[in-house]
Design a protein. Sequence first.
Length: 204
Amino acid sequence: MRPRQNDGLIAFWRAWKQRRRGVDFEELTRPHIDALWRTALRMTGDRGSADEITQETCLRAYRSFDGFEPGTNYRAWIFRILVNLCLDHARRGKRSPLVETEIEALPAQDSLSTSREDSPEALLARKRTRQSVHQAMEELSPEIRAVVSLALLEERSYQEIAEVLGCPIGTVRSRLSRGRRQLREILRDHLPNRVVPLERSRNG
């Protein structure tokens, strides 16, 4: 018969391991929450859906955390969960167009960022440009939209995007090229007198 003190040690070990697991998960996940939510919003077009998908992503990541291999790319690992949930959401036909309040919730980035020295007219022009860009993304397929969001707006490398989507880097480059071309064609109608840079700010 096993001594009772051994049962106590086993219970203590399990409790310590569970607490350690929670601490490790929080430390790894917290820095990515905002980026996860932004990507979910761009891909679903709806703040409520973005909230739900981000929460579900964290829940699934926690449940599967024992399967994450320490030392590998955690950001790619958790983004893969998020993007798959977003793609499932899109395939169920639940994607909604981005409304103005949701577009404003997306922080300005890269060439669309604002400066404190901008005039009111320039700020308005930038806001309209951002609105047009995000609305134009609604016309992209979910797979291309994911690549465009990760590459151009979140500035992820080609290698990391390939890890997130589970596809070759060549497929990432092809989808990004197609996405740029489609966005330019759409934006040509929305912003006929304005050139919107759609290049990456760093190499993949």
